[in-house]
Design a protein around this ligand. Structure first.
Ligand code: NAI
Ligand SMILES: NCC(=O)COP(=O)(O)O
Length: 335
């Protein structure tokens, strides 16, 4: 590994600084690649007993990482007050995200790991994206509607085919084109990021009991089945639409590598139930590697030394896995 990872600091009033500092403390135990954090130096200096060092070039992180947490200082301002989000903190989070993506795009960072942001705080400072997934995708030249979110833990990977939208907006968006695009993205992502050369994809139905043969909703018959059949003809190992209530127990999970779900909570409820403390959010289809812990800012416990860093550690580890696998498997995938 010749380039360090960039971690965008997230909302500085949340648990981001704490889980980043704790991850640095655990760097040897978990064999973490060198990383640096992008944010306001003051939010990390004195945040805990972790030594910090200001860097002005990402490459400096490589030599400094063993003895201190390297901070790429990009935002002037007072340090945030833990648990009290502010507009200045939201600006800092947004600025850090922008810079970190740029460093990954330019190749100065080997990957980007994003600490949690508060979407409602970001919306107050002009952020116009559903989430970081769409922001990072657009910065990489991919239209936001083509951004693909995946959450993954040791025993489950899920892709919500629609993300941060109201439930009533889901059925009109669930088209054959969307299912096809998400399935193709899933297939490529399994190969290039995880080295799963023949990925098995399962698709959850939209309605209870996957529509009960058209009696509890028709989207399965009119939209989902035709899309899945065509994908199967094209050579994908894809099953469904499956009743969502019975596809997440252990034996069912052993039959697929990734599950596509029509809407956010259908995917994230099983994932966070199984893997809240070691789940990772990864954006698929990007020229760069972007991962994130699966949880949010947890303002109510910020600054109290209660935050569990394992999801952040898993996000750093998954980024390293993806970087390595891409070297070996990217040539297998046509973009
Ligand atoms: N990747 C991201 O940037 C994400 C950001 N969010 C944002 O986070 C904010 C808060 O969202 P919530 O729904 O409350 O979810 P949350 O994940 O921040 O908190 C849910 C519950 O889990 C606890 N928790 C979360 N992370 C923890 C950790 N590492 N260790 C110990 N306890 C932890 C919290 O204290 C709370 O009880 C929202 O503004 C949302 O937009 C939510 C999910 C992901
Ligand atoms: N529910 C997942 C989540 O909020 C993460 O979103 P993103 O900001 O990574 O797009």
């Amino acid at each position: 590994m010749t380039k360090p990872f960039a971690i965008s600091g997230g909302d500085p009033a949340g648990i981001g600084p704490e889980i980043i500092c704790k991850s640095w403390l655990e760097r040897q135990k978990y064999g973490l690649q060198p990383f640096f954090v992008v944010g306001n130096f003051l939010d990390f200096e004195g945040n805990s007993d972790v030594p910090t060092v200001k860097i002005s070039e990402p490459a400096e992180a490589l030599s400094k990482f063993e003895t201190a947490l390297p901070v790429f200082h990009i935002h002037e301002g007072d340090p945030a007050v833990a648990g009290q989000p502010s507009l200045d903190g939201a600006q800092c989070a947004l600025h850090a995200l922008e810079i970190a993506v740029g460093l990954a795009r330019s190749g100065d960072a080997a990957a980007i790991i994003t600490a949690p942001v508060s979407k409602s705080q970001l919306y107050q400072v002009g952020f116009r994206y559903p989430g970081q997934t769409e922001f990072v995708s657009e910065r990489c030249g991919i239209a936001r509607e083509n951004a693909v979110m995946m959450l993954a833990g040791p025993s489950l990977r899920v892709i919500p085919m629609t993300t941060h939208i109201a439930l009533k907006a889901v059925p009109p968006l669930l088209t054959q084109e969307l299912i096809t695009a998400r399935a193709e993205a899933a297939r490529k992502a399994m190969i290039r990021n995880f080295g799963i050369l023949q990925p098995r994809i399962a698709v959850a139905g939209l309605n209870p009991h996957a529509g009960e043969d058209g009696n509890l909703g028709t989207e399965e018959k009119t939209v989902m089945e035709p899309a899945i059949q065509r994908l199967r003809k094209d050579g994908l190992d894809i099953s469904g639409p499956l009743p969502a209530d019975t596809m997440f127990h252990a034996e069912a999970r052993s039959r697929y590598d990734v599950a596509l779900c029509p809407y956010h909570d259908q995917a994230l409820v099983p994932l966070k139930t199984l893997h809240f403390f070691d789940g990772v959010n990864m954006t698929l289809g990007l020229p760069i590697v972007r991962t994130s812990p699966d949880h949010g800012t947890a303002f109510e416990i910020a600054g109290q030394n209660k935050a569990d860093p394992r999801s952040m550690i898993a996000a750093i580890q998954m980024a390293a896995t993806a970087v390595e696998n891409r070297k070996e498997h990217d040539h297998r995938v046509r973009f």
